[in-house]
Design a binder for this molecule. Structure first.
Ligand code: ADP
Ligand code: MG
Length: 291
């Protein structure tokens, strides 16, 4: 068994594959398929592409049921479940507010109140309906915008790992930015050695095997306006980016769970996650916040 490592940009982040395979041809074939799988998911779930399945859905599903792909339905289903569990702290209908945040990052100005209220009126997880029977989606009002930025990368990692497995590769690690999943460990190791900056600033070493790890927080993507930092994590209560310093780290059995819980935990803060811990007993949820 030899170690092979590849890196390419997918979904706007560095996407790293580390695999153990008998030879290079085998590693290349499997990793090519894994990258291809991530690209397929990007074409369905990106909000940067006007022609993604997700963006077309936002136009077509107003007041009527639209059938969607299996993958998109599953991610929407998991997102809505988490929205209900967190009383809307995790909310994929925040798209209009995410756009305002991106504009604020460009212009270094917060939206005025009228603009903010207009966007807020188009947000709300209860305005997004799912029908399991039809595998279909319906939106209650026009001009809604769905955003899977807090959950899709974790799912893409899971799918990449499954693709590698279909090619016979079980000893593998998939990382997309702050999201990472691991399969079986490298030969003669009990896990994948992962170094992460601890929540207290010190480097922590983790050994992961068949487990996912997600990090989310306000420390990397933010815009500074009037001495305050507004992170790319949107607080549905204010409609604005989180202003307190937050870092969340979640370990879970799969990437979709780790990714979405990490985003949710940031919004809920250290005070709010007890309920989440009870609902996800197989996850380890850590979050640190400072005002
Ligand atoms: P990153 O994508 O930077 O690794 P996250 O997984 O935490 O970090 O996702 C952040 C993204 O999630 C934002 O860019 C936005 O698209 C989306 N998002 C922001 N706030 C929320 C929220 N309250 N609920 C669900 N998704 C959110
Ligand atoms: Mg996330």
């Amino acid at each position: 068994m030899q170690r092979f490592e590849y890196q390419q940009v997918r979904m706007g982040v560095e996407t790293r594959l580390v695999v153990y395979a008998p030879d290079e041809a085998c590693a290349v074939a499997a990793c090519r398929a894994a990258y291809h799988r991530i690209s397929e998911l990007e074409a369905k779930m990106s909000d940067y592409r006007p022609d993604s399945e997700l963006m077309l859905l936002c136009q077509r599903a107003v007041n009527r049921w639209v059938r969607v792909s299996r993958e998109l339905f599953y991610v929407l289903w998991r997102a809505q479940k988490l929205a209900a569990q967190t009383a809307g702290a995790f909310d994929i209908t925040l798209g209009p507010l995410v756009l305002l945040w991106r504009e604020a990052r460009r212009t270094k100005q917060l939206p005025d109140e009228a603009t903010l209220n207009e966007a807020k009126a188009r947000v709300g997880w209860q305005k997004l309906e799912l029908s399991l029977r039809r595998r279909a989606v319906r939106l209650a009002i026009a001009h809604m915008r769905l955003d899977l930025g807090g959950i899709a990368k974790g799912y893409a990692c899971d799918e990449a790992l499954r693709t590698l497995k279909r090619f016979g590769i079980r000893r593998a690690l998939v990382q997309m930015g702050g999201d990472l999943v691991t399969g079986e460990p490298p030969p003669e190791q009990s896990g994948w050695r992962i170094e992460v900056p601890g929540l207290d600033g010190q480097v922590q070493t983790l050994w992961l095997c068949r487990r996912a790890l997600a990090t989310s927080g306000s420390t990397e993507q933010y815009v500074e306006i009037g001495g305050k930092r507004y992170a790319h994590l949107i607080d549905p209560r204010t409609g604005l980016g989180l202003t307190r310093l937050t870092l969340a780290r979640v370990q879970a059995p799969d990437g979709i769970t780790a990714d979405s819980l990490a985003t949710a935990a940031c919004i809920m803060g250290a005070e709010g996650i007890d309920q989440l811990k009870r609902l996800y007993p197989h996850a380890t949820i850590e979050v640190q916040t400072r005002d």
